[in-house]
Write a protein that binds this ligand. Structure first.
Ligand code: DGL
Length: 269
């Protein structure tokens, strides 16, 4: 089989990566995808980098066994903990993370170089965003905020209620002169409508989804691995390590379309 016809593997700790899959499907409409959510072990964002790296390796192995032509780590925490390692381990396929594209997006969006980053505890502790952004914008002033509660709220489908409102207000406490908010966790884009209500109208809210999809498009094109328009991408398959019912119920908020229960398979992690 021509490798360009193989699916693209995408994984996250849970449903957050579906916000990336949504952009991937839109930018790469001829491609097939296998999405893996490690729902049994979510959250990743409060665990140590060593543990997250182990989980990421296991998730990558599951996808590689199913024959994929590229791997997208649709999770900032797992990208931070495991991207270079996975790239080394899988030299035959492109392996992309979401952190580089997210940093590029925020660099393109900011005018006053005052940036706020919302991410998980583990991503914030790694200082990965500061490192990448300051390399390109050495005068940038970057504030960071660990927002662990947002992951639980998003997975509960509570992205726009009174509790989410209060939690966001709490996390926005230090938001003052920034002109750009980077959502450095793939679970967070579901809060965009509420964030828009809470922030001044001229604040830009950016995430890594579109930038990651564009980066993957460029990589596949460079390697001559883009699926042909005639391939028409087969239906996306979804793998979870726990509770298909829960995943099916809440996933539409992240993906923007509902997933048929028959497309979801529960696997051992
Ligand atoms: N979606 C993941 C990220 O982008 C983290 C969620 C979690 O804590 O599991 O970092």
């Amino acid at each position: 089989m021509n490798n360009s016809r193989l699916p693209i593997g995408v994984f996250d700790s849970g449903m957050g990566g579906l916000t990336v899959l949504r952009s991937l499907k839109s930018v790469l409409p001829n491609e097939s995808f296998i999405y893996l959510g490690d729902t049994a072990r979510l959250p990743y964002g409060t665990k140590s980098p060593e543990t997250v790296k182990q989980y990421a390796l296991q998730m990558a192995r599951v996808l590689v066994e199913r024959q994929i032509k590229a791997l997208v780590i649709a999770c900032n925490t797992a990208t931070t903990a495991a991207l270079p390692h996975l790239q080394q381990l899988l030299p035959d396929i492109p392996v992309l993370g979401v952190v580089g594209p997210g940093a590029d997006a925020v660099i393109a969006a900011t005018s006053n170089q005052r940036i706020m980053v919302f991410a998980t505890e583990t991503t914030i502790a790694s200082e990965v965003y500061q490192r990448i952004i300051l390399e390109k914008l050495p005068n940038a002033v970057i504030h960071t905020q660990a927002c662990s509660l947002l992951v639980a709220l998003a997975e509960e489908g509570m992205q726009d209620n009174a509790i989410a409102h209060e939690v966001l207000r709490h996390y926005l406490d230090n938001f003052h002169q920034q002109d750009t908010l980077l959502l450095g966790c793939t679970h967070f884009p579901v809060f965009k409508p509420l964030l828009k209500k809470l922030l001044p109208a001229d604040v830009r809210i950016v995430d890594s989804a579109d930038a990651t999809a564009k980066a993957l498009h460029a990589k596949l094109s460079e390697l001559n691995l883009l699926a042909d328009v005639m391939d028409q991408g087969s239906a996306t398959r979804y793998l979870v390590t726990d509770s298909a019912i829960r995943f099916q119920k809440v996933s539409a908020i992240f993906l923007g379309e509902s997933i048929s229960p028959s497309a979801i398979e529960v696997i051992d992690g």
